[in-house]
Write a protein that binds this ligand. Structure first.
Ligand SMILES: [Zn+2]
Length: 297
């Protein structure tokens, strides 16, 4: 079960109520800025929801073709990162969804395996001939990978530390974890602006950002670095993620924002606040002796 203390899941700092949405509360760490649900949803309940109903909840695109089209820029960004770091061996796509990224990885010559909790989505992928196991990280226990990739999945986990320790066991030495996810900067800024600074006003959904219980945490850069370090990973790089590609007005806004963001990132790098998501590249490292007390339980 996820730990439900009132300290930050990334850095163990103090949490302060940030805002409410539906019957849930998001809290913000006063030390690292990570925004997280408090309490965290129960892991077993969440697993059941993902398995049985996630393919049809409004949070996730229920049409596989539309999903592939809108998330295409994310998939390409992840594949670019794999190439830039020279990944050659087997890749695990964790949280495969309708198989868009897994299909693109295969088309680009990567040997890969997918894992998906939703039985409907996993079944759909298998019908397409994609190698997908239904379940969570335990479904591939004992396997070895050069890299694990997550495309808008890390923000869904309910026990990030335990997941990282499971992921670490699957990776070869120096193996990479590449995760594209919405981050704390944009969520924090927009939550504050659109909530008009009032804790009584519900948080805006912001497209699909504040989506409890599905989105459990928006990590800050500092939060990801500390969380990684505590669980045997070095944060190598933070990349700006592209915008998705929806149709209509949203699509036009996404394209505009992407141009603005390219310029903003060029000028201000990680300080640029209008990026909804970032790609983190982490590397599995040995636990330093002096921090062995911080090893995951
Ligand atoms: Zn924190």
């Amino acid at each position: 079960m996820a730990e439900n203390s009132s300290s930050c899941i990334a850095c163990e700092g103090n949490l302060v109520l940030f805002g409410r949405r539906l019957d849930y509360e998001y809290h913000r760490c006063s030390s690292c800025g990570t925004i997280q649900l408090l309490p965290m949803p129960d892991e077993a309940d969440t697993a059941l929801s993902y398995e049985s109903e996630y393919a049809n909840v409004s949070h996730y695109e229920s049409d596989p073709d539309r999903c592939r089209a809108s998330a295409g820029p994310y998939y390409r960004a992840i594949i670019r990162a794999l190439r830039d770091y020279g990944v050659k061996g087997k890749v695990l796509d964790y949280g495969t969804g309708w198989g868009g990224l897994l299909g693109m990885l295969t088309d680009n010559g990567f040997e890969c395996q997918g894992v998906e909790m939703s039985s409907e989505m996993a079944g759909y992928c298998r019908e397409l001939g994609l190698p997908v196991k239904q379940g969570d990280i335990k479904a591939v226990k004992g396997e070895r990978y050069s890299a694990i990739v997550l495309c808008t999945v890390f923000e869904h986990l309910t026990d990030h530390g335990r997941w990282l320790s499971g992921a670490r066991q699957l990776l070869e030495n120096n193996g990479l974890l590449i995760t594209l996810q919405p981050t704390a900067g944009f969520a924090g800024l927009m939550g504050r602006i659109l909530g008009l600074g009032s804790l009584h006003r519900p948080l805006p959904q912001l497209q699909q950002v504040f989506c409890p219980p599905w989105h459990t945490a928006f990590f800050s850069f500092e939060g990801m670095k500390i969380l990684g370090r505590r669980n045997g990973f070095d944060l190598l790089e933070i990349r700006p993620a592209p915008q998705g590609r929806s149709g209509g007005i949203t699509g036009i806004a996404q394209r505009c924002l992407e141009h603005v963001n390219r310029f903003g990132w060029y000028l201000m790098d990680v300080l640029w606040p209008l990026l909804i998501a970032h790609t983190f590249v982490l590397k599995k490292v040995d636990f330093p002796r002096e921090t062995s007390a911080l090893k995951p339980k």
